[in-house]
Design a protein around this ligand. Structure first.
Ligand code: FAD
Length: 547
């Protein structure tokens, strides 16, 4: 059996950073196992290819969530990347870190070293910010290029002016001192191409020669000796493939993402004894928190019909598309370089909210049934709105002992009343933004939820009818102290009660943050890499108010 120092399961956002950082030690031998293929497909790299990879089974797990009590009986589609770069190879390229309170809350839950001053140096070390940014907050020398949306569109400008007319200020950097305000999106795009975690971290690491990346390697379970994880079993070639085992002399690191990391643990006998026994799996280690606590952002997308200007809906057809293709080929700009969202607006749902609890996005386009993936034919513009820090929690539980059967994903969107209230407040703000004076020359009428929908109950009914995931699942292997029943890993990301095993990905977040999750997942992996290598953590940032 081959032996490496470290075996990393999953070459996604977290796995790519880990491979890079652990591989900095020339003496370390690292094996990365990825269920999906290499990231060769051009749609991964072309920013507008997002709309294609959204449903592309070859690079996407294409999961379905269970219907929840507040999703009108619908099972919501849940894409997840299955290729080098993982979800960062199919995501919407948005770079958004979250608010300082998010990380301070993680620390307050008993996680030492995870407050905002502690995590900020890692956000900085990772990025190469191009454009505006205060050096206290932004990095200039990292691998991950972060640029600002450069699409000059009158609708975006009018939307931002509309926000200003409602008292929401323009914010030059929502990843800086404060998040609140309206801004063009910051994106992981460089030279008109996607900057996935694989491109930024994994591919450079492979060149060093001590990182062995194996694709089409579907991990079925972990190998234990007593309470110590010593290796990993996978099927080479995926379902029906050849069984292979690799050993880790130092550590196994599970970076399979929020849905698959708990699945791999449960398949390996780590989790709730009742769940495991119900599927005939021997309990290796009882840990009831595995898979529990799933959180995600739930967004209804408000749509208005547009007049007097072309939207993306028309630009992506016929001659216009050819013109745009030529523009991208010659300048790397234009429609094909776009992300699914162009403008971000962070605001609060009520006067008593201390920091923005609403995230709204604007796109001069609209989607069939409000689901990203298929543009409508008539001109349209969309404002998606969601509660940033939802209270509702669900779970990920294996459906069977077969590693190729998708786990049960129950997000429980909106089960907590506060979530319903904030989502309704978001829809009201979306309506005001779309109907603002600066957008009036282009605003034809509200299509969804539509003028007949007025009361809070009617808005909530519309939200349950058409809301969808914003693709930000987290919190299924939560970080917390050993005496917290829900905790799966400690603040060094080691699985409680086991040795030689860490979980490092979006699943370890103890609470949902006010952001899309890619930036913080990269940060988690970078910070974890120092822990694994036994290095001293980067020095916490001292803010003037602490001096
Ligand atoms: C459609 C979409 C749009 C998004 N848009 C944005 C956005 O604009 N901005 C943003 O910040 N975030 C966005 N996100 C979320 C963000 O990309 C993810 O939160 C982040 O990439 C998660 O990183 P991860 O390392 O936890 O998991 P992933 O990046 O998903 O990596 C997990 C990896 O493990 C592999 N794996 C899983 N199980 C196994 C197994 N059994 N054996 C071997 N390999 C396995 C997977 O194939 C995958 O490559 C989006 C996500 C999606 C899906």
């Amino acid at each position: 059996m081959e032996t490496f120092d470290y075996v990393i399961i999953g070459a996604g956002s977290a796995g790519s950073v880990l491979a890079n950082r652990l591989g900095e030690d020339p003496a370390s031998r690292i094996c990365v196992l990825e269920a999906g293929p290499t990231d060769w497909h051009p749609y991964i790299h072309l920013p507008a290819g997002f709309i294609k990879t959204f449903h592309m089974k070859s690079v996407n797990w294409g999961y379905q969530q269970e219907p929840g009590p507040w999703t009108g009986g619908r099972s919501i589609y849940a894409p997840r990347g299955k290729t080098l770069g993982g979800s960062s190879s199919i995501n919407g390229h948005i770079y958004n870190r979250g608010q300082r309170q998010d990380f301070n809350t993680w620390a307050q839950l008993g996680n030492r070293g995870w407050g905002y001053p502690d995590v900020l140096p890692y956000f900085k070390r990772l990025e190469r910010r191009v454009g505006e940014g205060d050096e206290t907050y932004r990095g200039r020398d990292g691998n991950l290029t972060v640029t600002t949306m450069d699409w000059n569109d009158p609708l975006c400008e009018a939307f931002m002016e509309g926000a200003v007319s409602l008292g929401i200020p323009r914010n030059p950097d929502y990843n800086g001192a404060i998040q609140e305000g309206v801004s063009y999106c910051q994106r992981t795009i460089e030279g008109g191409l996607r900057m996935s975690a694989a491109k930024a971290f994994l591919h450079p690491a492979r060149k060093r020669g001590n990182v062995d990346v194996r694709t089409h390697a579907h991990v079925t379970n972990l190998i234990f000796e007593g309470k110590r994880a010593v290796g990993v079993r996978y099927l080479k070639g995926g379902k029906g493939g050849t069984p292979v085992e690799v050993r880790a002399s130092k550590e196994v690191i599970l970076s399979g993402g929020t849905y698959n990391s708990p699945q791999v643990l449960q398949l390996s006998g780590v989790g709730s004894p009742e769940l495991l026994q119900s599927h005939g799996i021997e309990v290796r280690h009882a840990l009831p928190g595995v898979g529990e606590g799933l959180q995600d952002h739930y967004a209804p997308r408000s749509v208005a019909r547009v007049k007097n200007i072309k939207t993306i809906n028309e630009l992506r057809r016929g001659v216009s598309l050819w013109v745009e293709a030529l523009k991208w080929a010659t300048t790397r700009r234009g429609l094909l370089s776009l992300s699914p969202t162009m403008v971000y607006c962070f605001w609060h749902s009520g006067e008593t909210t201390e920091s923005s609890d609403l995230q709204l996005t604007f796109t001069p386009a609209s989607y069939k049934e409000g689901v990203q993936g298929q543009l409508e034919d008539e001109p349209g513009m969309t404002v998606a709105s969601w509660q940033q820090r939802p209270e509702s929690r669900g779970y990920v539980r294996i459906r069977s002992a077969d590693p190729f059967t998708q786990p049960i994903i129950q997000t429980n969107y909106l089960v907590e009343e506060i979530d319903r209230r904030v989502v309704v407040a978001g829809m009201k703000l979306a309506r005001r933004l779309l109907a603002s004076k600066p957008l009036a020359p282009y605003y034809a009428y509200e299509d969804f939820p539509g003028p007949k929908v007025q009361s809070d109950d009617e808005l909530l009914a519309a939200a349950t009818e058409r809301g969808t995931t914003t693709f930000h699942p987290g919190c299924t292997c939560r970080m917390g102290p050993a005496d917290a029943k829900w905790a799966v890993v400690d603040d060094q990301l080691r699985v409680h009660g086991l040795q030689g095993l860490r979980v490092v990905d979006a699943s370890i977040m103890p609470r949902m943050i006010s952001a899309n999750l890619n930036a913080s997942t990269l940060m988690i992996a970078d910070k974890a890499s120092d822990m694994i290598r036994g290095k001293t953590a980067l020095e916490a940032v001292k803010f003037p108010e602490q001096a």
